[in-house]
Design a protein around this ligand. Structure first.
Ligand SMILES: [Fe+2]
Length: 250
């Protein structure tokens, strides 16, 4: 499916604003989505209006290599484009409170392998999000080595999209929680864990693994031919994920 390009259109919430309550109040969700997220979409479009040559690029393409953009546009794309990307993943990663669930299948196995247990993952995600000074996001990402990592970014920055595939994030700007939780970011994070849409996160994880495999093949890093091709050699360790290992390919 072709990715969206300019003019970017605000995405509707995939649930009613009140359905995240009591974890996240309807007032908070409406304010956050309808006013703040909308402002990022509008400002990104306004910034791109004078650059017709770049209007055919997807949001991911714009954010992947901001260093290649005209200097006069770069800050706006990082700030507003990042704000669109971060908010869309955030809102799309939640579901009504009544549908509370846990991850399962291969995603749960990967979480256990990387973090020890689901509980450990939740604690680690909370800890990292708590430690993000001032505004920003905490992210669960899939690296090009096929493993999960938790990372944070400041402001509206996104992780390096050339190197990782974000599959879940949580907005820790005060505007996300102040109306309901005031300065109690930890309470907000505990509540957020209860409205994560793990089915969508799992789908992103599977699609991300597929992308990782394709990237490996394109770089000629596939393993040996034949029935034994259960593993792809991951080649050179990367700076961010400094591990050389094998990853299971079903
Ligand atoms: Fe936000």
């Amino acid at each position: 499916m072709k990715e969206e390009t300019y003019p970017f259109v605000m995405r509707a919430l995939p649930y009613e604003p009140y359905e995240l309550a009591p974890c996240i109040s309807a007032e908070s969700t409406l304010y956050h989505h309808d006013r703040l997220y909308k402002a990022y979409v509008d400002q990104l479009n306004a910034a791109l209006a004078d650059y017709p040559v770049l209007q055919g690029l997807s949001l991911k393409e714009l954010l992947e290599r901001p260093e290649n953009l005209p200097e006069s546009l770069r800050t706006s794309v990082v700030r507003y484009g990042g704000g669109v990307y971060g908010h869309e993943l955030f809102f799309d990663s939640m579901q009504p409170f009544s549908q509370e669930q846990d991850p399962k299948g291969s995603l749960l196995e990967a979480i256990i392998q990387e973090f020890g247990s689901l509980r450990d993952f939740r604690e680690r995600m909370k800890e990292v999000a708590m430690n993000q000074f001032a505004s920003g996001y905490a992210w669960l990402v899939l690296g090009q080595d096929g493993t999960l990592r938790i990372t944070t970014t400041a402001n509206q920055d996104v992780p390096d999209l050339k190197r990782v595939i974000p599959i879940l994030n949580v907005d820790v700007w005060e505007h996300s929680y102040y109306l309901q939780y005031q300065d109690r970011r930890g309470d907000y994070l505990n509540a957020w864990h209860r409205v994560i849409n793990w089915r969508k996160v799992a789908r992103r994880y599977e699609e991300g693994l597929e992308e990782v495999r394709k990237n490996r093949l394109l770089r000629g890093e596939a393993g040996p031919e034949g029935a034994g091709e259960k593993f792809l050699f991951l080649g050179e360790p990367q700076e961010e994920f400094a591990r050389t290992e094998f990853v299971f390919v079903p």
